[in-house]
Design a protein around this ligand. Structure first.
Ligand code: SAM
Length: 237
């Protein structure tokens, strides 16, 4: 365990994980990096501005989101080349996990810059570890494609994967996803991890059919991670 606090390294890209709902879930190291870096590249500068304000941090912000990643990656590389320390944050959780980040990380690595992860909240890990499903082996799918044919094909192809399947889904499509899961995995255990780290956090467990009934009764809102038990031992599909 290292206790000393070396200064940030010039020309480094820091991937800073931020809370997924509960502001207490930010690490001391994340706060120090945000305080000591030269610039914060943020998915949504307004949201990150509010987070920084909460922790009384003032820092120049640069927008970095899905549709300006290519252009902004160039700019970030330029800054790293000038020895700046750049922190990258997304709206919530760990950058690069179903969030922008991968492109600039690849470019930074390809150009020989140092990249450091500042670990912290990640919905996938929080959901998996508390789900009660196997965490020995798991397969992170993230968001399924929007088109229904492609969604079905991707789930069908996941049938033979032995570990727990983990998906992200928007609250607007959770019912539709359960209908699809009921088609593809009618007998598997499914866990809906809802509003993790927030006031109304809950884990709903059952078959897709049982959960569909629940969602219809309660019209569940909020953010969800959806976990599907892995292929039963000995099953061929
Ligand atoms: N980078 C983030 C991470 O580390 O988890 C994920 C960002 S992704 C754009 C947003 C999705 O993550 C949501 O649609 C939901 O599936 C999941 N998510 C984020 N926060 C959550 C929470 N508090 N509870 C449940 N799921 C959450």
């Amino acid at each position: 365990m290292q206790h000393s606090l070396p200064p940030l390294t010039p020309g480094t890209l820091y991937l800073v994980a931020t809370p997924i709902g509960n502001l207490e879930d930010i690490t001391l190291r994340a706060l120090r990096v945000l305080k000591e870096c030269d610039v914060v590249a943020a998915e949504d500068t307004r949201r990150t501005g509010q987070l920084l304000k909460h922790f009384e941090i003032r820092k120049p912000l640069l927008s970095y989101f899905q549709f300006n990643e290519a252009k902004r990656s160039e700019e970030i590389l330029g800054r790293l080349g000038r020895g700046e320390r750049v922190a990258l944050v997304t709206d919530a959780g760990t950058p690069g996990i179903s969030d922008p980040g991968e492109r600039v990380v690849k470019a930074a690595v390809a150009n020989g810059f140092r990249v450091e992860a500042i670990p912290g909240a990640c919905a996938l890990i929080a959901a998996l570890t508390a789900s009660g499903l196997s965490s020995d082996e798991f397969h992170f799918i993230g968001f399924l494609p929007h088109k229904s044919g492609q969604r079905l094909r991707q789930l069908e192809s996941a049938k033979t994967i032995p570990g727990t399947l983990v998906l992200y889904e928007s609250p607007y499509r959770i019912g539709k996803l359960l209908v699809l899961l009921n088609e593809v995995f009618p007998d598997r255990r499914v866990v809906l991890a809802r509003e993790l780290t927030k006031k109304f956090e809950e884990f709903l467990r059952g078959t897709p059919g049982e959960l569909l009934g629940l969602v219809e009764q309660r019209s569940l809102k909020g953010e969800f991670v959806v976990l599907v038990d892995g292929k039963p031992a000995g099953a061929t599909s």
